[in-house]
Structures are given as structure tokens and as C-alpha cells.
Design a protein around this ligand. Structure first.
Ligand SMILES: NC(=O)c1ccc[n+]([C@@H]2O[C@H](COP(=O)([O-])OP(=O)(O)OC[C@H]3O[C@@H](n4cnc5c(N)ncnc54)[C@H](OP(=O)(O)O)[C@@H]3O)[C@@H](O)[C@H]2O)c1
Ligand SMILES: [Zn+2]
Length: 321
């Protein structure tokens, strides 16, 4: 049996390790993808920490998968071998890619056709991969937010999601503010489209935003609930905080913070393949591309750690030999 290289999580809390596995065979109603690139998302923490009732180990993580269809099982039509496809978080049929089914930190992976999107020719595999989760999440979060052209929109946390959100916000005509920590990301954030940059460690972020009348929308991407509480004060009257981050710490919000100005806090996740296809199309049309650091598959543990330290500019992407 042909074998492949893969990175798997051996057990809950067990980190990542390089293994040889048999190349998986697609069953009826499945396809096999020869993976070209897979982004590393902070959401992988869910697989590593076992935050899902149906997770089983060992598990291959990775839900920003781009590759070529190399085998198509029976009962699949409309997806010929050779098509460049992508798979995001939603694996189809109630499955979650890289969580309840093996994902893309591997040379080959299986997918259901319901989860597939077509990768536009204008995007390289490495440029497309981050759009399959980070891109679609922030694109749809902003599209369905209350913000209209000219409104002030703040993006909190400038990482994989945040750096794409800056670009979508700027392109949508919002006055775009990057909320980060320290000044190391300032130059790049301004280049990506932020009109202003606020260092939340040295500056009073809420005060700075209130000087502009408050933010109509704050898109919270930093994986920590604690820092969000103070930011409620940075919203304009009737403003909303859209939370896409999934950090473990609870958010503490007093009723008064919501009542003063009738503010809203809500969570957001993108839907399945149709949202992803739309985000890809919009990104091509708008000229929006992720800024990536590329690592070979074998270096996934180091790349993951680099992301956890908030040091990646801005999405780590694995490529297969
Ligand atoms: N809702 C969804 O569907 C969805 C989809 C994908 C990901 N997510 C979640 O979104 C979050 C971000 O994912 P990502 O892939 O963009 O992660 P990432 O690349 O690690 O970026 C997160 C950014 O948040 C800031 N940050 C990190 N730790 C922090 C801390 N302890 N306190 C304050 N700020 C901190 C950092 O930006 P600065 O250096 O600028 O502060 C960091 O670059 C994760 O929680 C992930 O699980 C949700
Ligand atoms: Zn993700």
C-alpha cells in the first residue's frame, strides 16, 4: 500500500507529530485530494485540546486545504480528476474538517463533494488556502455586520483573520482601524489598508475610538475574551461587536455597557462551501491576498508554535513536497 507523510495529533493535548500513513482510499461519495497547501489556523487549538464531542485521535488537523482531485469515488459527479479544489472548516454532512474528519496537514486527504470549492485560476494554492477559513470568516462577518460605507470599523487582533479583515474593511469603504499590541505590526497593518493603528498596550483604545464617535463595528479576532470587555466602551451608539475569536477566557460585560447606547455583541461563523466560493470570488475581484509565511509540511510543529506566539506575518501555510 502506498504511504504518505502526515502530521497528526496523537491524543488530546499531545501536540503534533510527523508520521507515515497509508494513502487514504476514497469510498463511494468521496473524493481524494492531493494536497498542495494547507493554512495553519488558530482554530486548530480545538482539535488539539479536544473541544468537540465527536473528536477521535489520532487526528490530522487542517481546514484550509488546497489541492488537486486525484481520485473520485463512485456516485460523485461534476468534480473531474485534475480539478483544483479547496476545503474549509465545513466538511459537509455535519462533519468538521480536521476535527471530526482528517484534514489537510498531509500529502493526501479525503473530502465529501459538498465541501468542495473551485479555486480560481488567479490564486496560487498558497494564496488561496488562508481564504478558505480566515478569509471567508472575516469577509462574511463584515458583509453581514451593521457597517456601511464611511463607518468606522475596528479590527482587533492582527493575525491570520485580522490581516485579511483589514483588507476587506478597507475595500468595503469603512474607516478602518487596526487594534494590536505593541508597534511591531504597525507598518504592515497600514500597508494592508488600515487608516489608523492603535497599540492597545500603550494607548487607551476605547478613548481613541470614541474620539471618532466610536466604532460602528468592532470585529474581534484575538483569541481572548478578557480584552473584549473594555472594548465595548469603544462602540458607537447602536454599534456592534462581532466576535469571531474562540478563546477560552470568558468575556465579562456589565448590562450597563450594553444598555448605554443599545450596543450589541454577537458571534459569527461562516456557512459552508457557498460562502467560501463567494469569498474567493470577492478576493480575486478586489485584489485581496493573504500575506503568508510558507513552511514545508514537516515543520508544522514549529510553524504552529510561531503562530501561537503571534509572530507570523500573517498566516503560516504548509506546502507538500
Ligand atoms: N468564528 C469562526 O468561524 C472562526 C474561524 C477561524 C478562526 N476563528 C478563531 O479566531 C481566532 C483568531 O484566529 P487566527 O487564526 O487569526 O489566529 P492568529 O493568527 O493567532 O491571530 C490572532 C491574533 O490575536 C492577537 N492575540 C493573540 N493572543 C492574544 C492574547 N492573549 N491577548 C490579546 N490578543 C491576542 C494577536 O494579534 P496582535 O499581535 O495584533 O494583538 C494575534 O496575531 C482564534 O480564536 C480562532 O479559533 C474563528
Ligand atoms: Zn480556521
Amino acid at each position: 500500500m502506498q504511504s504518505m507523510k502526515a502530521i497528526e495529533i496523537p491524543a488530546r493535548g499531545g501536540g503534533l507529530r510527523l508520521v507515515d500513513r497509508p494513502v487514504p482510499q476514497p469510498g463511494s461519495g468521496e473524493v481524494r485530494i492531493k494536497v498542495e497547501a494547507c493554512g495553519i489556523c488558530h482554530g486548530e487549538v480545538m482539535a488539539m485540546e479536544g473541544h468537540h464531542p465527536r473528536i477521535q485521535y489520532p487526528r490530522v488537523p487542517g481546514h484550509e486545504i488546497v489541492g488537486i482531485l486525484d481520485e473520485v469515488g463512485g456516485a460523485v459527479s461534476g468534480w473531474p480528476v485534475g480539478t483544483r479544489v479547496g476545503v474549509g472548516w465545513s466538511g459537509g454532512r455535519g462533519e468538521v474538517t480536521g476535527l471530526t474528519r482528517d484534514g489537510g496537514y498531509a500529502e493526501y486527504t479525503l473530502a465529501y463533494p459538498e465541501a468542495l470549492v473551485r479555486i480560481p485560476d488567479a490564486l496560487s494554492p498558497v494564496a488561496a488556502a488562508p481564504l478558505l477559513c480566515a478569509g471567508v470568516t472575516t469577509y462574511t462577518a463584515l458583509k453581514h455586520s451593521l457597517a456601511a460605507m464611511g463607518d468606522t470599523v475596528a479590527i482587533q487582533g492582527i493575525g491570520g483573520l485580522g490581516h485579511l479583515a483589514l483588507q476587506y474593511a478597507r475595500h468595503a469603504g469603512f474607516y478602518t482601524i487596526a487594534l494590536s499590541r505593541g508597534r511591531s505590526k504597525e507598518e504592515l497593518a497600514l500597508k494592508l489598508g488600515a487608516h489608523e493603528y492603535v497599540d492597545g498596550q500603550a494607548e487607551d483604545a476605547a478613548g481613541k475610538l470614541q474620539a471618532r464617535g466610536g466604532a460602528r463595528v468592532i470585529l474581534a479576532t484575538a483569541p481572548t475574551g478578557r480584552s473584549l470587555s473594555d472594548l465595548i466602551h469603544a462602540l458607537s451608539p447602536e454599534g456592534e461587536m462581532v466576535v469571531v475569536s474562540g478563546g477560552g477566557e470568558p468575556m465579562t460585560i456589565s448590562p450597563a455597557q450594553l444598555l448605554n447606547g443599545r450596543r450589541t455583541v454577537r458571534g459569527w461563523t461562516a456557512r459552508g462551501a457557498s460562502d467560501v466560493q463567494e469569498a474567493l470570488q470577492y478576493s480575486v475581484q478586489a485584489g485581496i491576498r493573504p500575506m503568508v509565511e510558507v513552511f514545508p509540511l514537516e515543520q508544522a510543529p514549529q510553524a504552529f508554535e510561531h503562530m501561537m506566539q503571534s509572530e507570523v506575518h500573517f498566516r503560516a501555510v504548509l506546502t507538500m513536497a
